[in-house]
Design a protein around this ligand. Structure first.
Ligand code: SF4
Length: 65
C-alpha cells in the first residue's frame, strides 16, 4: 500500500504541536499518514473555513477554548 502524507502536515498544529501519549500517535498514524481525506481538520480547511485549534481529526472538540 502506498502511503501519502497529508499535504497540510507541515503546517498543521495538531500534527506538529500536540505532544500527548498513546492515542494522539494513533490518530496521527490513522489520519495524517493514511486517511487525511477523512480528517475533520483537513475537510474544514478544504471548505475554505478557519480550522479551530481544538478540532481533532475525528471531529471531536478537545482541549483549548
Ligand atoms: S490529516 Fe488532519 S490532523 Fe493530520 S496533518 Fe492533515 S489536517 Fe492535520
Amino acid at each position: 500500500m502506498k502511503i501519502i502524507d497529508c499535504p497540510l502536515i507541515s503546517g498543521c498544529p495538531f500534527y506538529n504541536n500536540l505532544r500527548l501519549p498513546g492515542s494522539i500517535d494513533a490518530l496521527k498514524s490513522l489520519y495524517c499518514k493514511l486517511h487525511f481525506e477523512d480528517c475533520a481538520r483537513y475537510k474544514t480547511k478544504q471548505r475554505g473555513e478557519d480550522v479551530p485549534m481544538q478540532l481533532w481529526p475525528n471531529g471531536q472538540f478537545i482541549g483549548q477554548r
